[in-house]
Design a protein around this ligand. Structure first.
Ligand code: HEC
Length: 287
């Protein structure tokens, strides 16, 4: 903002006084002695009198342009977009669904994995071993060529056969000896029912150790477990009270104390892929 020089203000007062007939303020005389040229040089612009009021006027609000006003009135997102936005997550979900292969959930594998959780603390989630022996990469298949002997071993535990050899001759030419690993396998007969026992053994063999499941007998066993699961077999009391049945079914070559003749009672079946039943049929045919 331009300052109005002091002397100009004084001269303005003097001019006004002169016009109204008042006495010129005395101290103005020295000022007026300045040469007109100098005065002119100092005041190039507006005449001394009638100086405009330089206080800035309050600016009037600018009128809002029509297009801005229209934009302010308009709703930000058109209403018809709302259902589209609401449907986006559904679309995203279904789109993601088309990106992957349809997954068929097999209760057998799902529940077998769940049951195996109680073994994982000692044998490892993937069967790699720990406190318990390694079961993966075919290890458990070396000890137990057939599921039934493994089922009997898990049910009975290793304390029942302490220091006895069990299982088949392994790749290193030796058989396992109970307790030789420094730990013992806790008996599961009181903790699991027969279906659960079959499931953990199935998981250890087929899933963790990659056993071939293609044979008809094996597929029948898997189907049997599926049916048992679907008819509520996992809800029944967790107790295998019939170790005798397991010993009747297991192979005496691999399982100490086993008989290997199959169930005495026709209403019972041997757990596992039913190899013993076939053997029993052969035996019956030979008689
Ligand atoms: C408290 C730890 C512990 C738990 C829990 C446990 N095991 Fe074991 N398991 C062992 C030990 C230790 C051995 C070796 C025992 C021995 O040397 O006599 C073993 C041995 C075995 C063997 C024999 C393997 C071979 O090649 O000789 C199998 C099969 C087995 N366990 C299955 C199971 C299953 C199935 C479960 C769950 C239901 C389970 N274990 C839970 C500690 C455990």
């Amino acid at each position: 903002m331009t300052e109005i020089p002091e002397h100009l203000l004084k001269r303005s007062k003097a001019a006004k006084a002169k016009a109204s007939g008042e006495a010129v303020p005395s101290d103005d005389t020295s000022e007026t002695s300045a040469t007109p040229v100098a005065a002119a040089a100092q005041t190039p612009a507006a005449p001394a009198a009638n100086l405009p009021n330089l206080d800035p006027e309050p600016e009037p609000a600018k009128p809002v342009p029509a297009f801005v006003a229209a934009s302010q009135l308009r709703k930000r997102i058109p209403i018809w977009v709302m259902p589209v936005i609401a449907a986006l997550p559904i679309w995203a979900y279904s789109f993601a669904g088309t990106m992957q292969q349809p997954e068929v959930e097999d209760v057998l594998f799902v529940d077998a994995a769940i049951e195996y959780n109680s073994c994982a603390s000692c044998h490892g989630a993937a069967g790699g071993g720990g406190v318990g022996l390694k079961l993966s990469e075919g290890e458990v298949l070396q000890t137990f060529p057939e599921p039934i002997d493994q089922i009997a071993h898990v049910a009975r535990g290793s304390a029942a056969i302490a220091n006895n050899p069990y299982g088949a001759v392994r790749d290193d030419g030796e058989r396992r000896v109970a307790f030789a690993s420094g730990g013992h396998m806790p008996a599961q007969a009181g903790a699991l029912n027969m279906l659960q026992l079959e499931l953990v053994v199935f998981h250890e063999r087929a899933v963790l150790s990659g056993e071939d499941t293609d044979s008809e007998a094996y597929q029948e066993w898997m189907e049997h477990m599926r049916e048992e699961i679907e008819s509520g077999g996992l809800d029944t009391a967790a107790s295998v009270d019939n170790i005798d049945l397991l010993l009747a079914c297991a192979n005496p070559e691999y399982t100490p104390g086993a008989i290997g003749v199959g169930p005495a009672d026709d209403s019972q079946r041997c757990p596992g892929p039913g190899e013993v039943e076939e053997g029993a049929e052969e035996a019956a045919a030979a008689e």
